[in-house]
Ligand binder design. Structure first.
Ligand code: SF4
Length: 447
């Protein structure tokens, strides 16, 4: 039976016990779902994810078996999804007890394709029970190539998933070994060694993807020594990839674990800069639009709508261990898996006299929590918008904060314009793509 967190045990409406969540009717609401499980933990990975072997040695997790743990996790996801659905119904976005419309959904963190059909269906049912999915613009699921099968793709399509994001990282086996990531050889649990066999596997995967999905994306990692533009061109043309996301290797979390990065960091960084600069013109020549610092799409329709929602400072709930959300004026990050599994998501039965998010934080639900005051909101808007091709909409900024950004930062902006690093087109201020690599330093001078 659907839980209704708005009612107490006597059936009375509980609205008076917590402050309404403040969200304007213009705010679209998206949902990020974190699935912290992977087939094999990659050597370079600093994300919050577990593979089966890690469970055996984790003294903080009661369940050492993968399937029961994932099932327990999905119960918690359902609880949390229901909880946010209930508090959002108090937002004024809809009349009470109407479901909130979701704009986009993104399932990541890190291999949701590891879930079996029943587990995926349970997450879908939870979303459907708690939110209105009728106007969903995009639902992305991150997949490991080894999980792509006709059965899974058909299920994804059936429940309304619209976009597949495929973690490839590198087309070169030596590079994959270098970063400690399994290569496509492990598909179907058999060792495949010839290049022809590998190509055959990719053909099969992309044939299925193309058959069931118009919208898909691949992830690529920059900085590896065997990155080859000819191979990439062949791959992209052969499979007509609509969207590509770039990632950089990071030392974060790898300092001790993966010493090889520390030893070779200077060379890696040099390669990242070189490859990034080349890849911009490479994709440009192939007809891709760089619509964000790390993202390229073959046309406007293929842009990632969920991520665009982030870059346009949109609101979203994050559910699952270590996931982040931004609602009302609060940014939060959930607890990690071992703690997350012990949380009970319920509306307090006492008058908390204020914001439900503050209450959640005070009661240990969040690992990180921040109130976003107007100054922070301005900075975040500038930072996020300037990542995109469109940049910062000056008119929108003025309407929102009542101030003229160009006037306030006149000297800096003029200086950057003279140096050819930023430009104003119409009512938008943006960074010139040749300077994306130093965007952080440009942005830090503008905020
Ligand atoms: S697949 Fe992604 S999240 Fe999972 S271990 Fe590898 S890098 Fe980490």
């Amino acid at each position: 039976m659907e839980k209704d967190f708005n009612k107490n045990t006597t059936g009375n409406n509980m609205d008076y016990l917590i402050s309404p969540v403040s969200i304007s009717k213009q705010d679209k609401m998206s949902c990020y779902i974190h699935i912290p499980f992977c087939h094999v933990k990659c050597g370079y990975c600093h994300f919050h994810s577990y593979d089966e072997s890690m469970l055996k040695n984790n003294i903080f997790l009661a369940d050492r078996e993968f399937i029961p743990l994932i099932n327990k996790y999905i119960v918690k996801l359902d609880e949390e999804i229901s909880f946010y659905s209930s508090i959002l119904r108090l937002s004024g976005l809809t009349l009470h007890h109407e479901k909130i419309k979701l704009h986009t959904v993104y399932m990541e963190g890190r291999t949701p394709s590891i879930l079996d059909p029943e587990q995926i269906n349970r997450i879908y049912s939870s979303l459907l029970r708690n939110f209105d999915l009728s106007e969903l613009k995009e639902w992305t699921i991150e997949c490991n190539p080894r999980d792509i099968s006709k059965e899974k793709l058909l299920l994804y399509k059936e429940i309304g998933i619209t976009r597949i994001s495929l973690g490839i990282q590198s087309l070169n086996k030596t590079d994959l070994e270098y970063i400690g990531r399994e290569s496509i050889d492990v598909l179907n649990s058999k060792k495949i060694f010839s290049e022809q066999d590998i190509l055959h596997q990719w053909d099969k995967i992309f044939h299925m993807l193309g058959k069931y999905f118009d919208s898909f994306s691949i992830d690529l990692l920059l900085g590896l020594s065997n990155f080859n533009f000819e191979d990439l061109k062949f791959f992209i043309l052969r499979y007509k990839i609509p969207h590509i996301s770039l990632y950089l290797l990071s030392l974060e979390g790898n300092e001790n674990k993966y010493d090889i990065f520390t030893q070779e960091w200077d060379a890696i960084e040099e390669r990242q800069v070189e490859q990034y600069s080349k890849i911009q013109s490479f994709f440009d020549e192939m007809g891709y639009e760089q619509y964000e610092i790390s993202n390229f799409s073959i046309n406007k329709n293929s842009r990632a709508k969920h991520n665009s929602h982030y870059w346009n400072d949109g609101r979203y709930i994050g559910v699952g261990a270590n996931s982040s959300g931004y609602i009302d004026h609060y940014r939060y990050k959930n607890r990690e898996l071992s703690e997350y599994l012990n949380l009970q998501w319920y509306l307090p039965q006492v008058d908390i006299g204020g914001s439900i998010f503050r209450w959640l934080n005070q009661n240990g639900y969040y690992g990180e929590f921040e109130f976003i005051d107007q100054e922070t909101e301005k900075k975040e808007k500038i930072m996020l918008n300037l990542r995109t091709k469109e940049g910062l909409d000056l008119e929108d900024y003025h309407n929102k904060f009542g101030e003229d950004f160009c006037k306030i930062k006149k000297e800096k902006i003029n200086d950057f314009i003279q140096k050819g690093m930023v430009e104003i087109r119409g009512k938008n201020l943006s960074i010139v793509p040749e300077y994306y690599l130093i965007s952080n330093s440009i942005i830090s001078e503008l905020i």
